[in-house]
Design a protein around this ligand. Sequence first.
Ligand code: DI6
Ligand code: FE
Length: 399
Amino acid sequence: MQCDRLWNNARLATLTGEGLGIVDDGIVAARDGRIVYAGTAANAPTLEAAETMNCAGRWITPGLVDCHTHIVYGGNRAHEFELRLAGASYEEIARAGGGIVSTMRATRAATEDELVASALPRVDALIAEGVTTLEIKSGYGLDMPTEMKSLRAARRIGEMRPLSVKTTFLGAHALPPEAKGDKDAYIGTVSDEMLPAVAKAGLADAVDGFCEGIAFTPEQIGRVFEAAKAHGLRVKLHAEQLSNLHGASLAAHYGALSADHLEHVDEAGAKALATAGTVAVLLPGAFYFVRETHKPPVELLRQHGVKIALASDSNPGTSPLTSLLLAMNMGATLFRLTVDECLAGVTREAARALGCLDSVGTLEAGKWCDLAIWNIERPAELVYRMGFNPLHERVWRGK
Ligand code: DI6
Ligand code: FE
């Protein structure tokens, strides 16, 4: 079999099946950017490669997938962080013009070029750790021009870097000040004006919302999801982060790709997610940064066979995190996820949460050849260390 590139003498975590799918003496071969073989050297077909890379016993995993980020935004909230450390309350900061609205203002004020330029160093930090697929949400514009600008900036990042970008329209993230407290009217604008325009421009791969007391009710989110359905877009939802409004069941009802956060999900919610095949995306960076104490009920999710993914939730307010390696460590230390769950959570299950498991997320013939090659002795090292990056090489679409 002819191929462009071949990696041999590798140990593979293919992530096929349920566990890590470990192969001790492994080979990955690529042609035209896709995997043509991933498995044992012993069972490999005869491979004629233009280029052969000797991995000298290193481990190869699928390229990492960060399936939940708000990485495109203007400004940052370091000053707010300082105020909080000095004892200011969330309300005081909000009254002083801080919080999500301050990021909205900075995002509206930034040009598209400035949004791209400020996001790139953060994206590059993820890339340096082996991320090959990245989801980026809008949601800091909260008006038509800025939501569109943010999504265009996200698409451009995918053109400027060797990286697959999936964009998500999150118009229902927060209420902009000009709505003057009228959430229903704003949801009407999101559903009837912004979402159709975003869909028509082909700027979003999915639609998300924030279902919470401080954001929108299940009924309001339902209106956004109906609009998404009418435009053929899959949905996801920020659900049960601070309270249980039964957002997980709502998401499941709409066949959501994922329900995210889930600290307060109950058994009915877990069952609904399992039945719908909706992935639970856990976000330990946000849990850590806001010093949340109510953990997501991991054992309940396991009992009902809910698929679990992990993501950075990279955002300026509640998770200024640009490391999936650290997200895995936090998933294990804070939520007691196993090494296998953490690794599956940033590869196979994260791909499932983006609806692209058919093309990435595992090492299998036919998928894109997106690889992370690591200087480690065992997969647990990827979860165990804090602030150390053992990436040897990253491969996106065979290169
Ligand atoms: N969940 C959160 O915690 C935030 N957004 C979301 O959907 C807050 C984001 C911010 O404060 O900027
Ligand atoms: Fe989020």
